[in-house]
Design a protein around this ligand. Structure first.
Ligand SMILES: [Zn+2]
Length: 290
């Protein structure tokens, strides 16, 4: 099906258009050579892990939390269907942060148990591994939608202003900025550049087949559903309870019903992660041909 953009009538369809379109796709990054996480080890360690911290993220707000390397992070839906926007940094160096675009290139548009969140260049290493996803059953629906995407960026006041001229202050971008500023004890203007493209926790999204546009639909998440990660390095995290609520209709406004999200951190018992070590930074020598 041809994509119809505002200008598509201006292009000439060549006689072999269908032949060209019929070429089968090639996976850009076959991921069978990615180092495999030892999920059995992680899950066994999780069995005996003990809760060491808990943070409640209020609706239309964000909160920060810290997860040590080897600890576990659980994000749970409580009270009602709610989507969360997650940022992750190396706790010791904020310039190493979650790289949503490369995670998407390696794992696909949405992530689930067994897949990892990768960090920015020049580090490019796993920051966290998803060990449990209670929405793993959802798969890909008839609209091409799925859950926990790495395709959206985060709702932000700039796009809202661009499209509708509004001044709205509780988009995930602003929530994450305020939370990070408070956590680091720095002004908003210093915190804002650290906020980056998110993992959209519990959000159900895809691209329309006819126009290729980013879409969202009501999240299938229900209270009790959770996503759980193993921290591969020391992490500083920030989670925003999106003003879109379950993202069934709109964001960048106070119209949607919003609920809190629960963040919990669990520490493993001594000796239960035998053989695991935090991943090294990427092995590329960084000489770039010089
Ligand atoms: Zn949002």
């Amino acid at each position: 099906m041809p994509r119809t953009g505002p200008d598509s009538a201006m292009t000439q369809t060549p006689p072999d258009a269908d032949t060209r379109r019929a070429i089968p796709p090639v996976i850009c990054y076959p991921n069978n050579t990615l180092p495999r996480p030892d999920l059995m080890l992680y899950r066994a360690a999780r069995e005996w892990a003990e809760k060491v911290d808990e943070v409640l993220v209020p609706p239309r707000e964000a909160a920060c939390f810290r997860v040590g390397a080897g600890q576990f992070l659980r994000i749970t839906s409580i009270d009602g269907p709610q989507v969360g926007d997650l940022n992750l940094w190396n706790a010791a160096d904020l310039s190493e942060r979650f790289y949503s675009g490369k995670t998407r290139a390696l794992h696909g548009t949405h992530v689930t148990a067994g897949e990892r969140l990768w960090s920015s260049f020049p580090h490019l290493r796993p920051m966290a591994t998803i060990i449990t996803d209670t929405l793993g059953w959802y798969g890909i629906d008839e609209h091409g939608g799925s859950v926990h995407d790495v395709i959206g960026t985060r709702c932000d006041p700039y796009t809202g202003n661009l499209l509708s001229g509004v001044q709205y202050h509780h988009c995930c971008h602003s929530n994450l900025t305020r939370a990070l500023a408070d956590e680091m004890g720095v002004p908003l203007v210093e915190a804002e550049p650290h906020v980056h493209d998110v993992l959209n926790v519990f959000m159900c999204t895809g691209f329309t087949r006819d126009t290729g546009q980013y879409f969202m639909k009501a999240s299938p998440v229900r209270p009790g559903d959770h996503l759980e990660f193993f921290a591969e390095i020391d992490l500083l995290g920030a989670l925003s309870a999106c003003p879109g609520g379950d993202c069934s209709a709109e964001h960048t406004s106070d119209a949607a019903s919003c609920y809190p999200l629960l963040v919990e951190v669990f520490a493993p018992k001594a000796g239960t992660l035998e053989g695991w070590q935090a991943p090294d930074v990427n092995g590329y020598d960084r000489s770039h041909g010089r």
